[in-house]
Design a protein around this ligand. Structure first.
Ligand SMILES: O=C(CO)[C@@H](O)[C@H](O)COP(=O)(O)O
Ligand SMILES: [Co+2]
Length: 219
């Protein structure tokens, strides 16, 4: 089994020192920096925008993985790319035109991801297969960190793993929400290649980050 990429969600970090936190997870062995962008409309919470992403960019050379929970999304894609986003993922429900948005993300030079909420059917992937670099399976309903992992989403990861393998697609299969040391190996066994973790990485403060990341990797 391959070692999964660990993508700490800075939503669980200390917002009063975001730059330091991003540096700390970078030094602790994180693979990507996961940035949850929420608009208080698509999801019931408000977090950060492109200016904050831009301010954080000099603090790490890791890929910035921007999970956009905003609607409509198209008018903000360029701003996130210019701010330093390497991966930009969006929800089909954010609209208005998923296919157009994915094409645009790639035109901007970023990698494009589709995010599936717990109740979003996997079949939507069939129609955007050629336009994606990443599939993100939400194992909680989006909007907040610190929620419990929905076990039923493991089945969805398995189904998507088969779907990708059947056509030799090399998209990253990422899981997000409630991932911790107890369920991380189940995600990997189901076929995930990247895991987002907020609470499980940032618990215990900076001195614990390296051990937390190592544990999630199953090392
Ligand atoms: O996108 C989201 C929530 O909407 C996630 O990225 C969470 O922020 C992950 O946090 P934990 O569930 O790991 O605490
Ligand atoms: Co997220």
């Amino acid at each position: 089994m391959t070692t999964p990429l660990i993508c700490p969600s800075i939503l669980a970090s200390d917002f009063s020192k975001l730059g330091e936190e991003v540096r700390a997870i970078t030094e602790a062995g994180a693979d990507w920096v996961h940035i949850d962008v929420m608009d208080g409309h698509f999801v019931p919470n408000i977090t950060i925008g492109p200016d904050v992403v831009k301010a954080l960019r000099p603090h790490s050379n890791l890929p910035f993985d921007c999970h956009l929970m905003i609607s409509p999304v198209d008018s903000f894609l360029e701003a996130f790319r210019n701010a330093g986003a390497d991966y930009i993922s969006l929800h089909p429900e954010a609209g208005p035109h998923l296919h157009r948005s994915l094409k645009y993300i790639r035109q901007l030079g970023a990698k494009a991801g589709v995010v599936l909420n717990p109740a979003t059917p996997v079949e939507i992937l069939d129609w955007v297969m050629d336009d994606i670099d990443l599939v993100l399976v939400m194992s909680v309903n989006p909007g907040f960190g610190g929620q419990s992992f929905i076990d039923g989403q493991l089945k969805k990861i398995e189904v998507i793993r088969k779907k990708l393998d059947a056509v030799g697609h090399h998209a990253i299969l990422q899981v997000d929400g409630g991932v911790n040391a107890a369920n991380a190996h189940l995600c990997v066994e189901a076929g995930a290649t990247a895991m987002v973790a907020g609470t499980a990485v940032f618990k215990g403060g900076p001195s614990a980050y390296a051990a937390n990341i190592k544990q999630l990797k199953g090392l």
